[in-house]
Design a protein around this ligand. Structure first.
Ligand code: NAD
Ligand code: IPM
Ligand code: MN
Length: 364
C-alpha cells in the first residue's frame, strides 16, 4: 500500500503531537512493507509569519495532490486581534473547504483506564463510545452575509444549510450507525431556528431509508446536559458545524482529556485528519502535550485512507496497552498521580511506537 500523506503541523503543540503520529505511521509502514511518503507544508500562524497568508498556495496544492492530510493545530495568542479572515484559523477553514470533506467524524471513546481522570463518576462514563458526525462545511462558519460593521456597532453571521448539505451528512451518519449500535441522535435547535427545522426534516427523510437504524432528535441545550448525565446512551450523534464543535469538546470530559480525541473528515476530494484539540499555547513547547489524540488520528488515516483496518486497530490497542501499563501524559494524571508514570510527549510517542511494533510483530 502506497500513501502520500501531507503533514501540516501548524502552531503551538501541533508540531509536537504530529511528529509522534508520523513516527507511529512510519513504524506501521516499515513493519507492513507499506510505502508512506510524507511531505510537510506550512499552515496557520507559522505561515502568516513566513508566507504572509495562513494557507500558502503550495500547501494547498500539495494537499490536493496527496492521499491524506494530517493537520496538527493552528492558532496563537499573538494573532487574536486579527479579523477572522486573516487569522491562522482562516487557513484551516480554507483547507477544509478546498478539500471538500463535509463529514467530520469525531469518535469519543472512554478508555477504561482513563475513567478515573474524568470528573464524572466512573459508572457514568465507563463504556461510553460515541461517534460525533459534525457537518464541517456549512452553518455559521461559512454562511453569508457575515460582517462586523464597526461604525454601526453591529455584527452578523448567517447560519445557512441547504437540504442537500444536510442529507449528505445524515447519510454518512446512518451508514456508520449501521455498522455500530444502530442509533442516530440528531442535534438541532428546531424549537427556535428555521435552519434547524430544515435540518430535522431532512434527517427524517434520510432516516426513512434506514429502517434498521433508530433515529432520535435532541435540542442542543438539552443534549449538552444529557451527554454528561448519560453518555452511554449515545451511539452516532449528527449535528451542524458549530453545535458539533462545542459538543465534541464537551465530550472530552467523558474521555478524560481533550488530548485524547481524534478526527477524520471524509466525503471530499482528499480526507483531512486532525486531532480535535487546538494549539494549546498554555503548554506549547514544553513536552507536556498529549500526543494520543494525534496518534489515534493516525489510526484513522490507516482505516479511512489506507484501508488498513488491522493496522488501525493495532495502533488503537497499543494506546490502550500503554494506558493499562500506567503511562500517562500530565493531562491524564490529574487524578492519582502517584500510581502513574508520567511521560513527556516524545516519551509517550515512543511507548506507543514500541507497543505497536510488538503487537504487529506478534501477528506475523
Ligand atoms: P485548545 O484545544 O488549544 O486547549 C484547550 C485546553 O486543553 C488547554 O488548557 C490545553 O492545554 C488543553 N489541551 C489541548 N490539547 C491538549 C493536548 N494534546 N494535551 C494536553 N492538553 C491539551 O483550545 P484553546 O486554548 O481554546 O485554543 C487555542 C488556540 O487553538 C486558538 O487559537 C484556537 O482557535 C485554536 N484551535 C485550533 C484547532 C485546530 O487547529 N484544529 C482546534 C481548536 C482550537
Ligand atoms: C476545531 C476548531 C476549529 C473549528 C477552529 C480552530 C476553526 O475549534 O477543529 O474544533 O471551530 O472548527
Ligand atoms: Mn473546536
Amino acid at each position: 500500500m502506497t500513501l502520500k500523506i501531507l503533514v501540516t503541523a501548524g502552531d503551538g503543540i501541533g508540531p509536537e503531537v504530529t511528529s509522534e503520529a508520523v513516527a507511529v505511521l512510519r513504524e506501521v509502514a516499515e513493519i507492513g512493507g507499506h510505502k508512506f511518503e510524507f511531505d510537510a507544508r506550512r499552515i496557520g500562524g507559522v505561515a502568516i509569519v513566513q508566507d504572509g497568508t495562513p494557507l500558502p498556495a503550495d500547501t494547498l496544492e500539495a494537499a490536493l495532490a496527496s492521499d491524506a492530510v494530517l493537520l496538527g493545530a493552528v492558532g496563537g495568542n499573538e494573532f487574536n486581534s486579527l479579523p477572522p479572515d486573516k487569522r491562522p484559523e482562516a487557513g484551516l477553514l480554507q483547507i477544509r473547504a478546498a478539500l471538500g470533506g463535509f463529514a467530520n467524524l469525531r469518535p469519543a471513546f472512554a478508555f477504561k483506564e482513563l475513567t478515573v481522570n474524568s470528573p464524572l463518576r466512573a459508572e457514568v462514563v465507563d463504556g461510553a463510545d460515541i461517534l460525533f458526525v459534525r457537518e464541517l462545511l456549512g452553518g455559521l462558519y461559512f454562511g453569508r452575509p457575515r460582517e462586523w460593521n464597526r461604525a454601526g456597532g453591529e455584527a452578523w453571521n448567517t447560519m445557512r444549510y441547504t437540504r442537500g448539505e444536510v442529507e449528505r451528512v445524515a447519510r454518512v451518519a446512518f451508514e456508520l450507525a449501521r455498522k455500530r449500535r444502530k442509533k442516530v441522535t440528531s442535534v438541532d435547535k428546531a424549537n427556535v431556528l428555521e435552519v434547524s427545522q430544515l435540518w430535522r426534516a431532512a434527517v427524517n427523510e434520510v432516516a426513512a431509508e434506514f429502517p434498521d437504524v433508530t433515529v432520535e432528535h435532541q435540542y442542543v441545550d438539552a443534549m449538552a446536559m444529557h451527554l454528561m448525565n448519560q453518555p452511554r446512551n449515545y451511539d452516532v450523534v449528527v449535528t451542524e458545524n458549530l453545535f458539533g464543535d462545542i459538543l465534541s469538546d464537551e465530550a472530552a470530559v467523558i474521555t478524560g482529556s481533550l488530548g485524547m480525541l481524534p478526527s477524520a473528515t471524509i466525503g471530499g476530494k482528499v480526507n483531512l485528519y486532525e486531532p480535535v484539540h487546538g494549539s494549546a499555547p498554555d503548554i506549547a513547547g514544553r513536552g507536556l502535550a498529549n500526543p494520543l489524540g494525534a496518534i489515534l488520528t493516525g489510526a484513522l488515516i490507516l482505516r479511512h485512507s489506507g484501508g488498513l483496518e488491522a493496522e488501525a486497530a493495532a495502533v488503537e490497542s497499543a494506546v490502550r496497552r500503554v494506558l493499562e501499563q500506567g503511562f500517562r501524559t500530565p493531562d491524564l494524571a490529574r487524578a492519582n498521580p502517584q500510581g502513574f508514570t508520567v511521560l513527556s510527549t516524545k516519551e509517550m510517542g515512543a511507548k506507543v511506537r514500541q507497543t505497536v511494533k510488538e503487537q504487529l510483530a506478534s501477528r506475523v
